[in-house]
Design a protein around this ligand. Sequence first.
Ligand code: SF4
Length: 245
Amino acid sequence: MDLWGREDPEDRMQEAAEKKAAAEAAHFASHDELAAAIHTCAACHLRQEGNLGPVLSSGPVPSPLMFVGEGPGGVEDDYGAPLVGPSGQLLDKALASVGITRDRVYVTNVVKCRPRGNRTPDIAEGRFCADKWLREEIRLVQPKAIVALGKAALRYFLGHEAGIVRSRGHWFEWEGIPVMPTYHPAYLLRQYGRDLVKSKWDVYYDLKEAKERAAAAAPDWVWQSETPPNLMEEFAAVRAARHRK
Ligand code: SF4
């Protein structure tokens, strides 16, 4: 929309393309069926960028709170699980600080295949994979709130470029679901000194708000397991299967 209230034809075209992609996205009866379909996906050039294949999700289905990162890194590609490397360990600590164990929330990525050299997927790559798979994950997981971890997730849900530093901590809605953008743990790993302390507090408050919002909509949800499963052990089985292929 311009200053005089006229609609931008490019905006209209993009909106129409997104609606078409959403309408064309396959619907699956269960998360298991969806996961099986994602496993064999080679629908875009990211699959040819030297990775071991699509990396799926972790966590329960349904789940009131969903975390969406940008894409698998080296450790995630090795294990076939999202956010399990140094970034994932930091995420687990951040979750613990707000009273959540990792096994009680759903974690996934905008793109499922690791881009070569761990580069950030561009907006078109993110949109293509997410329209194909993430939309359907969200439909099946039915989150009451989504945490967008970092720029790639933020811009997918916003539908345009935006900076994470300015956007973090501010709720917006994506198709009726509240979205809280915050820093990706990999960003925190690059901070030092005061910047690191401030960033960690920012993430703490963002996660606390997100949990409170999801908990208000799902008051019976149990956020902490008394004896959390050893997820790395579970992921090790996925890893072994991945390397046998
Ligand atoms: S990045 Fe997404 S769309 Fe592309 S091949 Fe991997 S799973 Fe398929």
